[in-house]
Design a protein around this ligand. Structure first.
Ligand SMILES: NC(=O)c1ccc[n+]([C@@H]2O[C@H](COP(=O)([O-])OP(=O)(O)OC[C@H]3O[C@@H](n4cnc5c(N)ncnc54)[C@H](O)[C@@H]3O)[C@@H](O)[C@H]2O)c1
Length: 349
């Protein structure tokens, strides 16, 4: 099918590059308001079409699906326009900037018999799929907590905070592994360089099962770190996206249940076993995500539990922003509990 890509800034050209090699895509219409950005992409991919008007994309009857890669604040408006024009939409992360907007998009897509999907690219990462599989099959025992750091000297976005920019990655990975909505969120952060959205944030999450998580997100750090630790009762996983050789390590480490000795004192003993680096595939996550989107569109899919997860990501960031404005005061989330199936299983199927 023919696919429209709107937004050719930093990320859009990666979408165009991947679409030109996805089997199900027979043509691309690239669109950006900025003529120089459009020209650059058309020069690089001479076989595709281009326009500076989103309406041209919407009016093209051959375009069945649209990918939105514009600034976060424009996502909901452009995605609604695409749905109303009868096109399914892949919206780059995050789906929208409020839970209300995200729900409205998902509801409208369902009502029209179309698909709206969020671009949670990391769910298609081979390393994340290995980590998820390990957690789901109980290899680490009962999951206890997750800690992640996604920091570097990053591109400062002018319209949104570091939470809206980076947290969708960690939250989508977290929800994919844990399958549960948190009930409580608190966040603390600062805009260190200017007045406006925070560029450094620390987020704490509590789940009804007792699981807890902490995310450190920052555009201001000396080195690039993409590290997630998931600790379970039996084993611990460390996922480092910056280590292409061994992105996943499973540590057979933990504490043995404390036993009372004869003097009635608790004695903790430690267990340290092997460290295993499982084999991880090498496909490009963005290509797998686009492939999955087009397969779902071709199958006539409408939103399912995967899109509920995308709404949960937005709900959590919205709550985190609220907490941040209250200097870290916890914010309660409604509808906490299990969220069900995940996109990763569909991608790897
Ligand atoms: N999945 C990922 O790993 C990943 C990585 C980076 C960015 N992103 C997402 O991609 C999106 C874009 O980010 P970016 O860094 O490329 O932004 P950017 O600001 O570099 O580019 C956005 C482009 O959209 C264009 N645009 C805005 N409104 C438009 C409209 N109405 N019609 C046509 N063009 C329009 C702008 O001219 C600009 O060229 C964001 O949602 C971001 O969160 C995803």
């Amino acid at each position: 099918m023919k696919v429209g890509v709107v937004g050719l800034g930093y990320w859009g050209p990666n979408l165009v590059r991947n679409l030109t090699s996805v089997d199900a895509c027979t043509g691309v219409v690239a669109c950006d308001l900025d003529e120089s950005r459009l020209k650059r992409v058309l020069q690089r991919y001479p076989g595709i079409h281009g326009t500076t008007s989103f309406d041209d994309v919407l009016d093209d009857p051959e375009v069945a699906a649209v990918v939105v890669a514009t600034p976060v604040g424009t996502h909901a408006r452009l995605a609604h326009a695409a749905l109303r024009a009868g096109k399914s939409v892949l919206v780059e992360k995050p789906l929208a900037t409020s839970g209300r907007d995200a729900r409205a998009l998902v509801q409208e897509a369902g009502r029209l018999g179309l698909l709206v999907m969020a671009g949670h690219t990391f769910l298609y990462s081979p390393a994340v799929q290995v980590a998820r599989e390990l957690v789901h099959k109980g290899a680490i025992g009962r999951p206890l907590y997750l800690q992640s750091s996604r920091v570097n000297l990053g591109i400062h976005q002018s319209d949104v905070s570091v939470l809206w920019d980076l947290a969708p990655h960690d939250l989508s990975i977290l929800l994919d592994c844990i399958d549960e909505r948190p009930n409580r969120v608190s966040a603390f952060g600062r805009s260190t360089l200017r007045r406006g959205p925070s560029d450094v944030a620390f987020v704490d999450l509590e789940f009804p099962s007792g699981f807890v998580a902490n995310l450190h997100l920052s555009w201001l750090a000396p080195t690039k770190m993409r590290r997630t630790t998931i600790v379970g009762t039996r084993k611990m996983i460390v996922y480092e996206d910056t280590n292409p050789e061994e992105p996943i390590k499973v540590y057979d480490k933990g504490l043995n249940r404390p036993a009372q000795d004869e003097l009635d004192q608790y004695k903790v003993t430690y267990r340290t076993g092997n460290v295993v680096a499982p084999r991880v595939g090498t496909w490009e996550p963005l290509g797998a995500q686009l492939q999955d989107f087009l397969v779902r569109v071709a199958a006539g899919d409408t939103p399912d539990k995967r899109e509920q997860t995308a709404i949960t990501v937005v709900d959590i960031i919205e709550a985190a922003e609220e907490s941040l404005a209250l200097s870290g005061q916890p914010v309660l989330l409604s509808e906490s509990g299990p969220i069900g199936a995940s996109p990763a299983s569909a991608a790897s199927a």
